[in-house]
Design a protein around this ligand. Structure first.
Ligand SMILES: Nc1ncnc2c1ncn2[C@@H]1O[C@H](COP(=O)(O)OP(=O)(O)OP(=O)(O)O)[C@@H](O)[C@H]1O
Length: 590
């Protein structure tokens, strides 16, 4: 017997129930802040239960008064009955209102929290998720939780209290009636157990398919141009139909299970109701109870079966909520960036900026989690006031090196620091907070939709129009911005719509310059420019910037002529090229 108990206990500890419990605990760490509203909601719900029980008792009295012709008590009882019924209606509406407000607040809190945590999650684990999947988890899963959170503990408590109080009253009057009224209970419990196990896998399946579909929609809409250019419209429409078919089939299975269980429960409920009805009639016929008590019994037996069905109906909702909590926990569990060194880095910068700052990478080893080793025993030194080029064949590791410099990726070994260029014993260690010393222009479009000025002020909210224009001039972007009717208040569409690739690159560089960080990283950020503009731009940057360094990755040898140092990334190393090597590259190009 003990062995059997231990076996079941272990199953609970290891199994789905333990997981559900962990997910529920996590969920309530969010909901805790709203304890006052939730307690209020629960109390109003319990109050509603009390009122509906009193209404049942009053209906009994009313029937007894009518059948017993006690007309002097009729008006008083009737008014009380109507008042309690109205109070019940009003209370249930108040409850709906409170539930909506709590649910909205929880929705906002969860979404804001997950949003921040997603942005703070380390880049590499986050990159293993499709953005469609992240979006589904952030929007749908958070909504499932906020919508359903009140179905779980408060409603569970209300339903249990309602069930027990109704049972108590019936037991008080007639134990046999009570036994009959809860005869459906074992079937309902069995049903909830079956529902629980069947729905778990369906739920995960459905969430995964939702995420896949979201990813498909998102990619299709953001790649409309490619779809049109390759004449892929029929293919994408077909793909959508396939996804929809898969979704429909899954939902059909889901619905069938729901319908079957509710038909079955209704059948059991009817059986119980009719039996209660029969027993009630028999009791009245044999003179044991009055008509009023029979009415009370019938109404309470309805409450008992109804509440049991509600409790079983909570199973899918509880599974939905805990599945969604689990999916959000997957994201939240991922390692997060530590920005706590920000004040230390600010102080270091203020103290040492006059001497200039240098970056030192020593003996770096880096491999992507699901990829090959990109760097092995690599050193790199970035000195102040220099333009440094990183060159190398495609796929060799230029962008990866910039991500390491930005602390977006963390090398598996090696040391990284930012030092006082004149006294290298004064330094700060690398951490994500180091990014405040960097400006970055990634490959591809990096502008947000909004005006040019809004994009610029994202990095320096108090920038004046003049400051913005100065940076646009340095980045050779003023050439075209000043011709726009709205100048710096012209709107940039989604993904830079309305501007050419080279124009967007110049706007991105202007924004990076506005940040005035000591290190500027340009990842093929001038690739769409003609060589004359590219030269002018890089020269402007070095002439007009205060002390600082610019690191450019490029496939264009012409850029090398204005660089102070050139590193070639080859065979997992950064190799400093001699001026002869650079000359050779340039002459090969000619
Ligand atoms: N998220 C990632 N996960 C796994 N491997 C990656 C990831 N990103 C890049 N890589 C791999 O790392 C290597 C270096 O890529 P990286 O983008 O740094 O090259 P690159 O020199 O900048 O190339 P390009 O000149 O084409 O921009 C490549 O082999 C690439 O496949």
């Amino acid at each position: 017997m003990i062995a059997k108990l231990q076996f079941y206990l272990k199953r609970i500890q290891d199994g789905r129930l333990k997981e559900m419990w962990t997910q529920t605990l996590w969920l309530y760490s969010y909901v805790r802040k709203y304890w006052f509203s939730i307690v209020l909601y629960t109390l109003i719900g319990l109050g509603g239960t009390g009122i509906s029980l009193i209404t049942s008792l009053l209906s009994r009295d009313l029937v007894d008064i009518v059948t017993g012709h006690k007309s002097n008590e009729l008006l008083k009882t009737f008014i009380m009955y109507i008042s309690f019924t109205l109070a019940n209606v009003i209370l249930s509406k108040i409850l709906d209102y409170i539930a909506t407000i709590i649910s909205l607040k929880i929705d906002n809190a969860i979404k804001a929290d997950i949003f921040e945590k997603m942005l703070l999650t380390r880049l590499e684990p986050l990159m293993s998720y499709h953005t469609g999947d992240l979006l589904t988890r952030w929007s749908s899963d958070a909504s499932v939780i906020s919508d359903g959170v009140l179905n779980w503990l408060p409603d569970l408590l209300i339903a249990i209290v309602r069930f027990l109080s109704a049972l108590g009253i019936v037991l008080y009057y007639d134990p046999l009636f009570a036994l009959l009224a809860i005869a459906g209970m074992p079937v309902s419990l069995l049903m909830s157990k079956t529902l629980l196990s069947r729905m778990q896998s369906r739920n995960l399946e459905s969430a995964a398919l939702n995420a896949k579909m979201m990813g498909f929609h998102q990619e299709s809409f953001s790649n409309i141009q490619t779809i049109k250019a390759f004449d892929l419209i029929p293919l994408y429409v077909k793909k959508l139909h396939e996804y929809q078919k898969e979704y429909l089939q899954l939902q059909k299975k889901y619905q069938k299970l729901g319908i079957l269980s509710s038909v079955f429960l209704s059948f059991i409920g009817l059986l119980v109701s009719y039996s209660c009805y029969g027993l009630g009639i028999y009791r009245v016929w044999s003179g044991t109870i009055s008509y009023g008590t029979m009415t009370l019994f019938l109404s309470l037996s309805g409450t008992l079966t109804g509440t049991l069905n509600t409790l079983v109906g909570m199973v899918p909702s509880a599974i939905n909520i805990t599945t969604s909590s689990g999916r959000l926990m997957d994201i939240i569990k991922m390692p997060r960036e530590d920005h706590s060194a920000a004040p230390k880095i600010d102080a270091f910068y203020q103290k040492n900026k006059q001497d200039g700052l240098s970056i030192s990478l020593q003996d770096i080893q880096y491999a992507y989690a699901h990829g090959d080793t990109v760097f092995e025993h690599t050193d790199l030194v970035i000195e102040p006031d220099q333009i440094i080029a990183l060159i190398g064949p495609s796929g060799e590791g230029k962008t990866t090196m910039l991500r390491i410099l930005l602390a977006l990726l963390e090398p598996q070994s090696g040391s990284l620091s930012i030092q006082n260029a004149k006294d290298t014993s004064v330094f700060v260690d690398y951490s994500p907070a180091i990014r405040r010393l960097f400006s970055y222009v990634p490959q591809g479009n990096a502008m947000f939709s909004g005006t040019i000025a809004q994009n610029m002020r994202n990095v320096k909210p108090d920038a004046t129009d003049e400051e913005i224009i100065t940076c646009l001039k340095t980045a050779c972007a003023w050439d075209f911005v000043h011709k726009l009717p709205d100048g710096i208040y012209s709107t940039i569409g989604e993904r830079g719509r309305g501007f050419s690739e080279g124009q967007v690159q110049r706007l991105s560089i202007a924004r990076a310059l506005l940040k005035k960080a000591p290190f500027l990283l340009l990842d093929e950020a001038t690739s769409a420019l003609d060589t004359v503009t590219e030269h002018r731009l890089l020269q402007n940057i070095m002439q007009k910037r205060a002390a600082g360094s610019c690191i450019v990755t490029t496939h264009r040898p012409t850029v090398l002529t204005i660089c102070d140092k050139v590193y070639a990334i080859r065979e997992k190393h950064c190799e400093l090229l001699s001026s002869e090597d650079v000359d050779k590259i340039l002459s090969n190009q000619q």
